[in-house]
Design a protein around this ligand. Structure first.
Ligand SMILES: *Cc1c(COP(=O)(O)O)cnc(C)c1O
Length: 421
């Protein structure tokens, strides 16, 4: 029996209605930008496996370091203990994070990093004797699938069973250049009627909302409003972090830096699951007390796993290397050229790009997990390109090590797909 067949017996896959989508493709190996399935068919990973493996799959610089670490220290409790991989990673990461970030809290995945960001924001006020029970978020953001993260996510098509149990969240539209006054007015209204603890947002690019991009000037105004009104800002950079937007972090484009940042996905170069919620000294200080109850009583068993920290440190070194920075510039320029070639196509409604993130919307209406979208996905897979359309949006977010020839193959496959929709 093939893996594909054996899979069906006991496995339950994420974001999957198994009755409609009974088949999973069994991948047996990955190298650089190429995935290989059990029949030997190869696929170009044009979305870096949900934008994690940005330095390429099974990158030996990273795997060698993790293998060595594995012989030395595998796992230890991070409450009351510390270790070199965590210390080294903290020193290196603080160097590249926005200047105001000074403390790192380890956790396991993007959702938990947001969950902790929310808890930090709530307790920040609580520790100062204030009860702030409301959060602000963008209308169509995505922050993960645990309860706090789901609550602040606006993309709620399949959240029906849980909505009654959500946190209090007020929503504002993303800034589009013409709605700044409307946004600031609604923020004024919200703080008039509610005690707001924090604002959770994906800076500049909203990943799961189909790589929707908003204007930095408008975001700056919102952040300024938050700062003036003692609202803790939580930047979810789980998707945008580590070079995607052309700078190390999307927050690097902004004057006003977030109080808290959520990092995961490319943090560990796609090798192991780990996340970090970082914060400013000011946030940390609100928890620093003789009162034990003012501490942040949150912890995950695998916090700061030494192997994951090692992968993250090696990944960070690669990100900062001249080669990788050149790659990011090369891909950015390549996407710009592709944009000129494709944006006038009659089947294309609009295109957008920020750094290595490129997206186009088709003229055709498609539901997020509908039949047409599935057809498109199947076409890409048949052509040997792993692209995962989000409704009628096709986006590229390939590993930084993708070659020009591989990029061209991705572009051509998208162009061919336009003729079948
Ligand atoms: C993927 C993602 C998350 C959730 O991360 P998980 O590791 O899947 O829990 C949160 N925020 C953003 C912006 C993401 O892209």
């Amino acid at each position: 029996m093939t893996l594909k067949e054996r899979d069906k017996k006991h496995l339950w896959h994420p974001l999957t209605q198994h009755k409609l989508h009974p088949e999973a493709i069994a991948i047996t190996k990955a190298k650089g930008c190429v995935l290989t399935d059990e029949d030997g068919k190869e696929y170009l990973d044009a979305i870096a496996s949900w934008y994690t493996c940005m330095y390429g799959h099974c990158n030996e610089y990273i795997t060698n370091r993790v293998s060595a670490q594995m012989q030395q220290l595998d796992q230890v409790v991070f409450s009351g203990f510390t270790h070199e991989p965590a210390v080294k990673l903290s020193e290196a990461l603080i160097q590249v994070l926005p200047k105001n970030q000074n403390k790192l809290f380890f956790n396991d995945n993007g959702s938990t990093s947001v969950e902790i960001g929310i808890k930090m924001a709530l307790q920040f006020h609580f520790n100062q004797g204030k009860t702030c029970n409301t959060l602000i978020a963008f209308e169509d953001g995505f922050h993960g699938d645990t309860f706090g993260a789901m609550s602040v996510s606006g993309l709620s098509v399949y959240n029906g069973p849980f909505e009654e149990f959500f946190l209090n969240v007020k929503r504002i539209p993303t800034p589009n250049g013409t709605n700044h006054d409307t946004i600031i007015n609604s923020l004024r209204n919200i703080i008039k009627n509610h005690k707001v603890a924090g604002f959770v947002y994906e800076p500049l690019v909203q990943g799961a909302a189909a790589m929707k991009m908003h204007d930095g000037e408008g975001l700056e105004l919102i952040l300024k409003f938050c700062k003036e009104n003692n609202i803790v800002t939580v930047a979810d950079e789980v998707m945008t972090g580590f070079g995607k937007t052309g700078k190390h972090f999307a927050s690097d484009y902004m004057e006003i830096k977030p109080d808290i940042m959520c990092l995961s996905k490319a943090l560990t170069a796609g090798l192991l699951p780990m996340a970090i919620t970082s914060c400013s000294q000011g946030v940390y200080d609100a928890f620093y007390s003789d009162d034990i109850g003012k501490g942040l009583f949150h912890g995950h068993t695998y916090s700061a796993n030494p192997l994951a920290c090692t992968a993250a440190l090696a990944g960070l070194e690669l990100l900062q290397s001249e080669d990788m920075q050149k790659n990011i510039k090369r891909i950015t320029a390549s996407h710009e050229a592709f944009n000129l070639r494709i944006k006038q196509h009659p089947k294309v409604k609009s295109t957008r790009q920020r750094g290595v993130i490129f997206a186009l919307d088709l003229n055709t209406e498609m539901s997020r997990y509908g039949n047409l979208r599935d057809k498109l996905f199947q076409f890409f897979m048949e052509q040997g390109v792993f692209l995962r359309p989000l409704g009628n949006t096709i986006y590229i977010q390939a590993p930084y090590v993708i070659s020009n020839a591989q990029l061209e193959k991705v572009y051509q496959t998208i162009e061919e797909a336009l003729s079948i929709v």
